[in-house]
Design a protein around this ligand. Structure first.
Ligand SMILES: CC(C)(COP(=O)(O)OP(=O)(O)OC[C@H]1O[C@@H](n2cnc3c(N)ncnc32)[C@H](O)[C@@H]1OP(=O)(O)O)[C@@H](O)C(=O)NCCC(=O)NCCS
Length: 175
C-alpha cells in the first residue's frame, strides 16, 4: 500500500472501484505490465513509435519522476487476484516554470468510461497547484480519439511546420 495523501477513490457505474494516486518507485512492475498489455495501436499513439515495453532507463524515470519538475498519476483497479494499473498520466514542467507538457494513456479495455477525463482533470489540478499557467501535449495528427478527448477538455490545436505529423494541443490554466 502506497501512502499518498492526494489519493482518491471512486466507483464506476458498474460498481468497480478505482484508485488514483501518485506513482511510486515500487510501481515498476505494474507500470511495465501495463505498457506491455497495451494494444500496439495505443502504445504507438502514446509513445509515437513502436515499442513493446519500457527500457530500463524510461522505467526508472517514469516511476521516479523528479519531484522538482514532474508528476505522474496512476489509476489502479484491485481485481480478485491483484491490483493492476489501468491508466497513467504525467507532466513535466518546462524550463520557464510556467508551462508543462503532459502525456496520458488508459488501458484499452478501460477506455471510453470517463477514466481519461478523470486523469487529465487530476493532472491539471496538480499542475495548477504548482502555479503552472499552461499545459500542452503533442498528439499524432491521426489520433482522432485523443483530439476529440482534449477538445472536450477545452484544449486548442495548433500545428507546426517542423513536424506536420503532430498536433500541439494547449490549454491555459486559471489560478
Ligand atoms: C485518449 C485516451 C487517453 C482517452 O481516455 P478515455 O478514458 O477513453 O477517455 P474518456 O472515457 O474520459 O473519454 C472522453 C471523451 O473522449 C472520447 N474518446 C476517448 N477515446 C476515444 C477514441 N479512441 N475515439 C473517439 N473518441 C474517444 C470519448 O468518447 C469521450 O467523448 P464524449 O465526451 O464526447 O463522450 C485513451 O483513449 C487512450 O489512452 N488512447 C491511447 C493513447 C493515447 O492516444 N494517448 C495520448 C497521447 S498524447
Amino acid at each position: 500500500m502506497v501512502d499518498d495523501s492526494n489519493a482518491e477513490t471512486w466507483t464506476l457505474d458498474d460498481g468497480k472501484r478505482l484508485t488514483l494516486r501518485h506513482i511510486a518507485h515500487g510501481d515498476a512492475g505494474i507500470e511495465q505490465t501495463f505498457v506491455r498489455k497495451l494494444s500496439v495501436q495505443s502504445r504507438y499513439l502514446r509513445f509515437h513509435g513502436s515499442i513493446k515495453e519500457l527500457n530500463n532507463k524510461n522505467l526508472e524515470t517514469f516511476t521516479n519522476p523528479d519531484p522538482l519538475n514532474a508528476e505522474a498519476l496512476i489509476i489502479l483497479y484491485r481485481g480478485k487476484i491483484n491490483e493492476e494499473e489501468i491508466g497513467v498520466g504525467r507532466f513535466i514542467i518546462d524550463s520557464d516554470d510556467k508551462s508543462c507538457e503532459f502525456a496520458v494513456v488508459v488501458a484499452d479495455e478501460w477506455q471510453k468510461r470517463g477514466i481519461g477525463t478523470k486523469l487529465m482533470k487530476a493532472l491539471i489540478r496538480h499542475a495548477q497547484s504548482r502555479g503552472i499557467k499552461k499545459i500542452h501535449g503533442s498528439v499524432l495528427k491521426n489520433n482522432s480519439g485523443m483530439l476529440h478527448f482534449v477538445k472536450g477538455l477545452g484544449f486548442e490545436e495548433t500545428t507546426t511546420p517542423d513536424d506536420p505529423s503532430v498536433v500541439l494541443v494547449t490549454k491555459g490554466l486559471r489560478d
